[in-house]
Write a protein that binds this ligand. Structure first.
Ligand code: SF4
Length: 428
């Protein structure tokens, strides 16, 4: 049973609406993609993908070439000898890790990241992580998680990574005051803004998972209240609850409304009145609302179709429809976690068609029939749809860009307004 601190029920929206369930061919990136933003966030971590040359190419091209620092990720290539069982892959892995850690004294957490090839040959990375952790403790902790693309979507890489951190988090003593943990990788600038807002609201003990450094990861226990900043963290949530932490139910902090309700839910869990939140956030809200009013002129009445990709689709759809007046044709999501999404579902307009999972051909047919003004989809679908005259937005860009909180709300709206403007200019 999960532990949840409930906030007040919302007016009925899409909460009970039927959801179209799709199973078929999918067009998504795998969980390795998460390394692109996680390696920037946890500054003394290293991500060692145990995979093939394909995995190495994916990571390298998604992350670009890092010229400003020693890289914090690499791929240990499983070659033909490993696949044929001619070499002991565990011994090889020990050699690679030892060489890496001898050369890089700055690494404090090493993630062994599984891939499709490592899963196919059933390479036991949890055994490797335990063995290597014992050898390199206390200097380095070695953890493992899977980034494989088998039955996953790209944001699940972050979920698996954060879930792997939870068992090793320090224990919050039972006598310690209640603390808040914000869960989900946020850009440092966004984290700093939220930290200031929580301080103004009067929540004193706030930490973020993941922290920027391995020795600053939050302590957890029954006095921990946690607030999800990202909607794709089901495994991490389960792991935190198994340590006694309680989830604060809230919509996600996208847009002015989402951010305000998210902060209000946190405040309520700490016995702080919504009026305090209103006061603390007044100027940030006013600035964001003024900027959004300008974006609304460009976006109101425009229709949007979401292919299932990032798992951010529901909160984005709620923001775009309620704050910018966009029309939702279809909102697809790879997985619908009804519990974590309850507050979002309640806020979505009831006419929005929801779909879960993917059958790409059927969805393409529905998208073509709807002829939306803009389509949010993966990279693989964007080019063909653009060639058919549709305007697209890459879902992955929404995960790479800081979009949470008040200051970022206009930037988030701009991500949708820009491609529409470009299309209009081209048509002129
Ligand atoms: S993990 Fe699987 S899906 Fe991802 S790049 Fe490697 S082989 Fe491809």
């Amino acid at each position: 049973m999960s532990s949840v601190i409930a906030i007040q029920p919302q007016a009925a929206g899409c909460g009970q609406a039927p959801v179209l369930r799709e199973r078929g061919q999918r067009e998504v990136f795998c969980g390795l993609t998460g390394i692109v933003w996680l390696h920037r966030k946890i500054q003394d971590a290293f991500f060692l993908v145990v995979g093939s040359r394909t995995c190495a190419h994916l990571i390298q091209s998604a992350a670009g070439v890092m010229i400003f620092a020693e890289p914090r990720f690499a791929t240990a290539i499983i070659d033909e000898r490993d696949l044929a069982g001619l070499a002991d892959a565990q011994d090889e892995l020990d050699r690679v890790v030892t060489r890496l850690l001898e050369r890089r004294g700055d690494i404090r957490t090493l993630f062994l990241v599984g891939s499709c090839p490592s899963e196919v040959i059933k390479l036991d990375l949890s055994r490797a992580a335990q063995r290597l952790s014992q050898r390199f403790a206390p200097q380095v902790r070695v953890l493992n998680y899977s980034g494989s693309g088998i039955e996953t979507t790209f944001t699940q890489g972050e979920d698996a990574c954060l879930a792997s951190l939870v068992p090793g988090l320090p224990t919050l003593p039972e006598t310690a005051p209640a603390s808040l943990v914000v869960v989900g990788a946020l850009a440092d600038v966004v984290e700093d803004q939220f930290m200031r807002l929580f301080a103004q609201i009067g929540i004193a003990h706030v930490a973020f998972l993941p922290a920027r450094r391995s020795d600053a990861m939050p302590a957890v226990g029954p006095n921990t209240r946690y607030l999800l900043a990202q909607p794709f963290l089901a495994d991490t949530a389960r792991a935190l609850e198994s340590r006694g932490a309680q989830r604060i139910a809230a919509p996600f902090p996208l847009g002015v409304e989402g951010t305000t309700r998210w902060l209000e839910a946190a405040a309520a869990a700490f016995g702080i009145d919504a009026s305090v939140v209103a006061q603390a956030t007044a100027s940030a809200r006013a600035r964001a609302q003024a900027a959004l009013a300008r974006q609304r002129e460009a976006l109101a009445g425009k229709s949007i179709f979401f292919f299932p990709d990032s798992q951010l689709e529901l909160p984005l759809a709620r923001f775009l429809s309620r704050e910018l007046g966009m029309r939702l044709t279809e909102v697809g999501t790879p997985y619908l976690h009804r519990e974590h999404m309850a507050e979002e579902l309640a806020l979505l307009p009831s006419e929005a068609r929801l779909s879960e999972g993917q059958h790409v051909e059927k969805q393409l047919d529905r998208c073509r029939a709807a002829r939306p003004d803009i389509v949010v989809c993966g990279l693989g679908l964007a080019n063909p749809l653009e060639a058919e005259g549709l305007t697209t937005k890459w879902a992955i860009e929404l995960v790479f860009t800081p979009i949470h909180g008040y200051e970022q709300a206009p930037d988030l709206a701009e991500l949708f307004a820009r491609p529409l403007r470009r299309r209009e200019l081209l048509a002129a």
